[in-house]
Design a binder for this molecule. Structure first.
Ligand code: PMP
Length: 422
């Protein structure tokens, strides 16, 4: 037995089946969004009656909210093992965090990313003033480092950044982040880690990995939607124009006689967090960080690996199921796995799991179109909008996949039900 899951919400939600029956919902789409931890619910429920504006009010509850918000930053800093001079900026999520960083990069920065990235890590760098460089999809961790080294060696002098995922949202495979960061450093490049999929499953230490920034999302970390983090170095962020301009970002604002405004912007997180912040979201995210840490990241990862081993051996026995991966069967992965099923359109297969068994998975291209196409061996796939299934026409090979993903709150029964349904 894999030990007890962490208590999460939603385990008692019943969903309708196609035969008129009902089944408890099995959430096996953690890579999209994780169910909230019961502990997060408790912390949020205790805070909701007390919430008030932060930073501006002098009243007791405003001070309490301000303390809680700043404490949430410190909790996240501890969770990510940040060096003392690094800072935590609260955002809306990973996509927002990476767009913030893109907006703050020095003019002319070359941004390297592998084509296998989630679109959130691939697309924000396509903006005036930046030079995005898309590296090929590597077939081994060693090749990933070699491709980066080669590209950095060929690049002209100037600021450069690597954006890399910690764990793939399609295959769950772990990326050689520390090795890539070391290669980047050898060439004077900085690194931002997309930890949206890594942080829910493994401890993330900015110090040990040697990265400069980390981006993550609360809703993939057992907290609700709308809160995320960009954590890391401050120099480029403090030198950049505010990501959002408005109340809280300006230290002083003066109306000059010539009709212009003289603005002195804050340094630090406030510079990029104008407007009333999402204190409830930050508090929830920090609560999830504390709960995961207290449960023991290694123990959670060990339990997850047991469930993953069961899942893999079960799928290996299922005829026609092909599990997707870049780095070989033995390469470590988190609880995220995509596969195709001979004779099935992925979207229909996912629907059948839902309608017949109350199981929620996802089918499609997972906002990582180039990666899924590379995994399926096709370069001529029809374009499909992000999130659409791109189902094969008669005679066409499958262009998309089914993804099953799970984590700290998943009961063994969900995995067993999924395998018998498959
Ligand atoms: N990066 C990765 C690896 C992801 O899996 C996701 C979400 N699927 C994102 C970034 C974007 O996260 P969000 O939608 O919370 O901004």
């Amino acid at each position: 037995s894999a030990g007890a899951p962490l208590p999460v919400l939603g385990l008692d939600v019943e969903v309708p089946l196609a035969d008129g029956g009902r089944a408890p919902y099995a959430a096996l789409d953690y890579a999209a969004s994780t169910p909230a931890l019961r502990r997060v619910w408790d912390d949020v429920a205790a805070y909701l009656p007390l919430y008030s504006s932060v930073h501006r009010g002098a009243g007791h509850l405003s001070r309490l909210s301000t303390d809680l918000y700043e404490q949430s930053r410190r909790t996240v800093a501890g969770f990510l093992d940040l060096p003392p001079d690094h800072r935590v900026v609260f955002t809306r999520g990973t996509t927002d965090s990476l767009n913030l960083l893109a907006a703050a990069l020095p003019e002319g920065t070359r941004v390297f990313s592998f084509a296998s990235e989630h679109h959130a890590s691939l697309l924000p760098w396509r903006r005036p003033g930046l030079r995005p460089v898309c590296l090929p999809v590597p077939r081994s961790p060693h090749e990933a480092v070699a491709l980066l080294e080669e590209a950095l060696a060929a690049a002209p002098a100037g600021p450069s950044l690597l954006c890399v995922t910690g764990a793939s949202n399609v295959t769950g495979e772990l990326w050689p982040v520390a090795d890539l960061a070391a290669a980047a450093r050898r060439h004077g490049a900085r690194v931002v880690l997309d930890a949206a999929q890594l942080a829910p499953h493994r401890r993330v230490s900015v110090r040990e990995l040697g990265v400069d920034w980390v981006a993550l999302s609360g809703h993939k970390l057992h907290a609700p939607f709308g809160a995320g983090v960009l954590a890391g170095r401050t120099d480029w962020l403090d030198a950049a124009a505010p990501y959002l301009a408005g109340g809280g970002a300006g230290r002083t604002v003066e109306h000059r006689e010539d009709g212009t405004l003289a603005v002195e912007w804050h340094r630090g997180p406030a510079r990029h967090e104008a407007g009333s912040p999402n204190v409830v979201g930050a508090h929830a995210l920090a609560s999830a960080c504390r709960a995961l840490t207290e449960a023991g990241r290694d123990a959670l990862a060990a339990r997850e690996e047991e469930l993953l081993a069961r899942l893999r051996s079960g799928l290996a026995e299922a005829p026609g199921v092909r599990v997707l991966g870049l780095f070989g069967e033995r390469h470590p992965r988190v609880g995220v796995l995509s596969f195709t099923v001979d004779g099935w359109e992925s979207a229909r297969f996912a629907e059948a799991l839902s309608d017949g068994y109350g199981i929620g998975v996802r089918a499609g291209l997972f906002c990582a179109h180039p990666l899924v196409r590379a995994l399926l061996g096709g370069t001529a796939a029809r374009p499909a909008p992000c999130g659409a299934s791109g189902s094969p026409l008669p005679g066409e090979r499958s262009l998309d996949a089914v993804r099953v993903s799970f984590g700290a709150g998943t009961p063994e029964e969900h995995i067993e039900r999924f395998l018998s349904a498959v």
